[in-house]
Design a protein around this ligand. Structure first.
Ligand code: HEM
Length: 465
């Protein structure tokens, strides 16, 4: 009896403490003018609910509080914005007090000159340097030939094997980027860089706890090693008389010129940002495109016809060129539909630099705004039968120029690598579908949130056609 009383007493005091903590956290953030919502637990907020329930958490909160609500996620008081008009407004108006608001771990590991976190004049300089590297003429003349050569040899010996497509596409995105950036081919240098880059990526997605054994700690160490490797590469290039015809060469040649005045630290941070931003976006979209094509034979047939037409009159060794790439209308539609359904970027984060009025509310200075764009991808008004994989919808009307099209962000931070990323995925698909047939092995579980991934890999058996 005494034990039972003690257990009940403990349970009651536990419940009272929990409710007092929740209440205290609500009161702490009760400020006039804030949108409705809940703040969860002190320190942790509603991060666990957000990460566990993902899109359902967002939808439930929207049902209760409307499309602008407050919460506390990923360590910061945050206003989640699911209103397409407002999202557009935030992205188009960085100058009105909405600077990038990415987590501390990301800023520490990607560097202080990382394009995604700087703003104002430095952002302009870094962005113009980045745009110069990945412009359509650069893709046509320098990058596409490299991508073509890389993809052709990368998928060369897959026939007769069972491969983990997730692993392969990850390596593919990274190695293809290294070739474009610094003409690095598969070998000891690429292996060393690859190991550090994988650790760096994991570190940016972790809590900023710098303790041996944590992903954040490994990420910081990986950054240090990468910086020193890239600095050696820059020094070697400077002391060499050879010309390399790659991104690093372009950056070093414009060094000191009036075009883009980047110092070595900025060049290194730009290279890291290039690899980082293109890595998961390109690899996951390539993997998911293959998955959707496998599950939708009619789309695969149409895609294959498009690519077989391009190969007509070419030998096995002939590369694809810019005109071939531009003629891939259906392939582009498959890539956009894949990006829509397997949303790699659920939204983007901004931080307020002053109190900003939004829809009758006032968002206090220093709060995060989570511009949550994922729901637009499933809006039946914009995409009828949104849960159906239907690449043809992108051919019917020009959805890409719709003002709420945000697969690549918007405003002054619209993805500068969208054409390059599309060209990489398209080239991979070109060689993959013209050379091979494939089937999935076993049941491959795919998670869509918080990241699109196959937790146990995506295994496929591949044959020659
Ligand atoms: C094909 C898949 C891709 C998708 C879906 C994608 C998506 C996005 C999105 C949504 C943003 C906006 C971020 C923000 O507003 O804070 C962005 C920015 C960015 N992306 Fe991409 N991206 C892709 C490929 C690439 C590639 C291949 C590169 C490498 C060249 C790249 C480089 C960047 C950079 C550097 C930024 C930051 C731009 C700035 O802050 O001015 N992306 N991307």
């Amino acid at each position: 009896m005494v034990v039972l009383m003690m257990v009940i007493g403990l349970a009651v005091s536990f419940l009272l403490t929990c409710s007092a903590l929740l209440r205290w956290n609500e009161v702490r953030y009760r400020k006039k003018g804030l949108p409705p919502g809940t703040m969860g637990w002190p320190l942790f907020g509603e991060t666990t609910e957000f990460l566990k329930q993902g899109p359902s958490f967002m939808k439930n909160q929207r049902l209760r509080y409307g499309s602008l609500f407050k919460s506390h996620i990923l360590g910061c008081p945050t206003v989640v914005c699911m209103d397409p008009e407002l999202n557009r407004f935030v992205l188009m108006n960085e100058g009105k007090g909405f600077i990038p608001g990415y987590p501390q771990s990301m800023l520490d590991i990607l560097g202080r000159s990382n394009i995604a976190s700087v703003h104002g004049e430095l952002h302009k300089t870094m962005r113009s340097a980045m745009l110069g590297l990945v412009s359509p003429p650069m893709i046509r003349d320098q990058l596409l030939p490299k991508i073509d050569e890389f993809m052709r040899s990368y998928i060369d010996n897959w026939s007769g094997q069972v491969i983990d497509l997730q692993e392969k596409t990850k390596e593919m995105a990274l190695m293809s980027a290294l070739k474009q950036i610094a003409s690095i081919e598969t070998g000891p240098v690429s292996e060393a860089l690859k190991g550090e880059l994988f650790k760096l990526v994991l570190g940016t997605l972790s809590l900023p706890i710098n303790f041996p054994g944590t992903n954040y700690h490994h990420g910081l160490k990986a950054r240090k090693k990468l910086v020193s490797m890239l600095q050696c590469l820059i020094d070697e290039r400077r002391s060499s008389s050879c010309s390399y015809n790659d991104m690093l060469d372009s950056l070093l040649k414009s060094h000191g010129s009036s075009k883009a005045k980047l110092d070595d630290e900025q060049i290194i941070d730009l290279i890291i940002a290039l690899v980082y931003s293109g890595y998961e976006t390109v690899s996951t979209t390539s993997m998911m495109a293959v998955k959707y094509l496998h599950d939708h034979p009619r789309a695969l047939e149409e895609l294959r016809n498009e690519h077989s037409e391009i190969r007509k009159g070419k030998s096995r060794e002939d590369a694809i060129d810019w005109n071939n790439y531009k003629s891939m209308r259906f392939t582009r539609a498959v890539i956009l539909e894949t990006l829509r359904m397997a949303t790699v970027v659920n939204g983007v984060l901004r931080k307020t630099t002053q109190d900003v009025p939004m829809k009758g509310f006032v968002i206090p200075k220093g709060w995060r705004i989570y511009v949550y764009t994922r729901e637009i991808n499933y809006d039946p008004a914009m995409y009828p039968e949104p849960l159906t994989f239907n690449p043809w919808r992108w051919l019917d009307k020009n959805l890409e120029s719709h003002q709420h099209f945000m697969l690549f962000g918007g405003g002054g931070r619209m993805c500068p690598g969208k054409e390059l990323g599309t060209a990489e995925i398209a080239t991979f698909l070109h060689y993959f579908v013209t050379r091979y047939r494939w089937e999935e092995v076993g049941v491959n579980n795919i998670l869509k949130f918080p990241r699109v991934q196959a937790p146990d890999g995506l295994r496929i058996r591949v044959w020659d056609r």
